[in-house]
Design a protein around this ligand. Structure first.
Ligand code: GDP
Ligand code: ZN
Length: 293
């Protein structure tokens, strides 16, 4: 039996994965891998151990513990977006208009995964960038970083946030995600095609997630364009924790099992009355609380 090799999942096509392994000479290559049995619970960014089954194919034998795992879900099932990332970069644009709901859900998912979120407003060369930036002001107040960008003109403002991090790029289609990735990684199309031909999954490229190395310490995971971002995987405790400004007040309500809906002596409601929490954030929390229960 061949020995186990350390690898990094750099492409996920649902049932088939691209795993990068380093040869003894330090060169790395991507091999096509499947998981054992029906298990397919791997995500881009996962650290694994594989066993070669042919010169270019292997089976994943072992998954190493994850530092983080970013999920999204619909009412049917939850989906892993990326593993071991240190931050999520949420790509918005001045035009077409973005769904603020999607932004909020991405932020909550990042909080739950305990990773940093950076909001990028792309296409600042178009439309009324000032007005959109003003609309994002409440998120700055919550402590989130907003980076204005025009990927067409200059990608450098984004680089400072990527340095030393493993980032996953998320956003609805049309916001400029592909443009950003191509600016950061010239010659990338070629790489993606190589990987997908190794995996023989050319037709699935648009739905696949890919990990790209930016330099020795920094990597970027591209996830397919999102139109919805379910949070059904969150329980009530995770949900209230995901509203980062709620945290100082949690556990201070009169009732230990307070849902922060209409209970008397609710510390969250008191914080809203005193202006420490925005009314619309409580409204939004209550809406989601209704959805998950
Ligand atoms: P994706 O669906 O998020 O991958 O978006 P794309 O990268 O395909 O971009 C959607 C459209 O927006 C394309 O026509 C891009 O050329 C355009 N676009 C992307 N970034 C910018 C930008 O910074 N400024 C302008 N004016 N257009 C952009
Ligand atoms: Zn309460």
């Amino acid at each position: 039996m061949t020995s186990l090799l350390d690898g990094l999942v750099v492409a996920s096509y649902g049932k088939r994965f691209g795993v990068e392994i380093k040869s003894d000479d330090g060169e790395s290559r991507v091999i096509s891998c499947v998981t054992r049995g029906k298990k397919t619970d791997l995500a881009c960014g996962d650290q694994v151990q594989v066993r070669m089954t042919s010169p270019n194919e292997a089976v994943v034998e072992k998954l190493k513990p994850r530092q983080s795992l970013l999920y999204r879900s619909n009412s049917m099932r939850s989906k892993m977006l990326a593993a071991n990332v240190t931050q999520v970069i949420i790509v918005l644009a001045t035009t077409p208009s973005f769904y603020e709901e999607l932004l909020n859900r991405c932020l909550l998912a990042a909080e739950t995964a305990n990773i940093r979120a950076v909001i990028v407003l792309n296409k600042c060369d178009l439309g009324d960038a000032e007005a959109v930036l003003a609309r994002l002001e409440p998120y700055t107040a919550l402590g989130y970083t907003i980076q204005a960008l025009s990927a067409h003109q200059d990608i450098t403002p984004l680089r400072q946030w990527l340095k030393g991090e493993v980032s996953v790029l998320v956003g609805q289609s049309g916001m400029g995600k592909s443009t950003i990735i191509n600016q950061l990684l010239p010659g990338l199309q070629v790489r993606t095609q190589e990987v997908s031909s190794v995996l023989d999954s050319g037709k699935h490229t648009t739905t696949a997630a890919h990990l790209y190395h930016l330099d020795a310490e920094s990597a970027l995971i591209d996830s397919p364009g999102l139109q919805e971002f379910g949070l059904h995987h969150l329980g009530p405790d995770e949900l209230e924790m995901a509203f980062r400004e709620f945290r100082p007040f949690l556990g201070k309500c009169r009732f230990a099992n307070c849902r922060h809906l209409k209970e008397p002596g609710c510390a969250i409601h008191e914080a809203v009355a005193s202006g420490a929490i925005a009314t619309r954030r409580l409204d939004y929390y209550q809406q989601l609380r209704g959805e998950i229960s």
